[in-house]
Design a protein around this ligand. Structure first.
Ligand SMILES: NC(=O)c1ccc[n+]([C@@H]2O[C@H](COP(=O)([O-])OP(=O)(O)OC[C@H]3O[C@@H](n4cnc5c(N)ncnc54)[C@H](OP(=O)(O)O)[C@@H]3O)[C@@H](O)[C@H]2O)c1
Length: 264
């Protein structure tokens, strides 16, 4: 049966769930927020998960505990993903403890200050570029030899819908998240021939711990699906992009925001 054959009929194979058994996944910034949910969801799909964090050891341990309680396997690894030496040591440690990384989720973020142009310094932009360009570059460079040798791998960059919205007083973050899109597309072209896929997942506003006290109602009323997104919405999409379910998808940006940016 060929997709190009007008006579072709759909396969009668039953639908399969995303299966990451035998795979090692590294989720940066997985001690809380979206990263924790992504880590748990990848583990539910069968991956052994490296839970990266920089400061919050107890929170990272809790992510590991959540995974282990469900019968999954995970280990916490402290590393500053914006630091070259730290990233090298992180990937070496994961390699020794769990095995080579098959799935890399570039999720970690530092503070995201809202600043007018006049208030912004170059260092404010550099801080955001460190998280969303430098860190993914260092991490990809570190895992690439193994992925190339195995001719397989999935890289998921966590972007943001702010690129379509262009939020005022947020240009450092918007600029860095925009750069992630170009980087994703270029890497997809470069790494496709090696069997490695690179995609970007762009969440909408998904309240997590750091949004405590923020009223989401003004945002919610503009969401076509008429509810706020939940971390599990992002985690399920990350599992899709990580897993063979998306085996013919690369270089793409997947908005997971209830349609908030539809029409922008
Ligand atoms: N939540 C949203 O509404 C939303 C919307 C669009 C896009 N996003 C994107 O989704 C991703 C996750 O956002 P979030 O809201 O879940 O963030 P968050 O709750 O603030 O979590 C950030 C994570 O990054 C870790 N981290 C901070 N500095 C680090 C460093 N130098 N090295 C390694 N890890 C570090 C933190 O761990 P420690 O505490 O241990 O440092 C924490 O686990 C980000 O890329 C963000 O831009 C989020």
């Amino acid at each position: 049966m060929s997709e190009h054959d007008p006579q072709s009929t759909p396969s009668r194979q039953p639908a399969t769930a995303p299966d990451l058994h035998g795979q090692i996944a590294l989720v940066t910034g997985a001690s809380r927020g979206l990263g924790r949910h992504i880590a748990v969801a990848l583990a539910r799909a069968g991956a052994r998960v490296a839970v990266n964090y920089a400061h919050s050891e107890a929170d990272a341990a809790q992510t590991v505990q959540l995974i282990e309680q469900e019968g999954g396997q995970a280990q916490a690894f402290r590393a500053d993903v914006t630091d070259e030496q730290s990233v090298g040591a992180l990937v070496d440690a994961i390699d020794s403890a769990l095995g080579p990384v098959d799935v890399l989720v570039n999720n970690a973020t530092g503070p995201q200050p809202m600043l007018a142009i006049e208030e912004s310094r170059w260092s404010d932009f550099a801080d955001q570029l460190d998280f969303f360009v430098k860190a993914p570059l260092l991490l990809v460079q570190a895992v690439l030899p193994g992925m190339k040798a195995r001719r397989a791998g999935s890289i998921v960059n966590i972007g943001s819908e702010v690129v379509q919205i262009g939020n005022a007083r947020f240009s450092s973050y918007v600029t860095a998240k925009s750069a992630m899109i170009g980087m994703t597309r270029s890497w997809a072209n470069e790494l496709g021939p090696h069997g490695i896929r690179v995609n970007l997942l762009a969440p909408g506003f998904i309240p997590v711990e750091r949004h405590a006290g923020v009223d989401p109602e003004g945002y919610r009323v503009k969401v076509p699906l008429q509810r706020m997104g939940e971390p599990s919405d992002i985690a399920d999409a990350a599992v899709f992009l990580a897993s063979p379910q998306s085996r013919f998808v690369t270089g793409q940006c997947l908005s997971v925001n209830g349609g908030y940016t539809t029409g922008i």
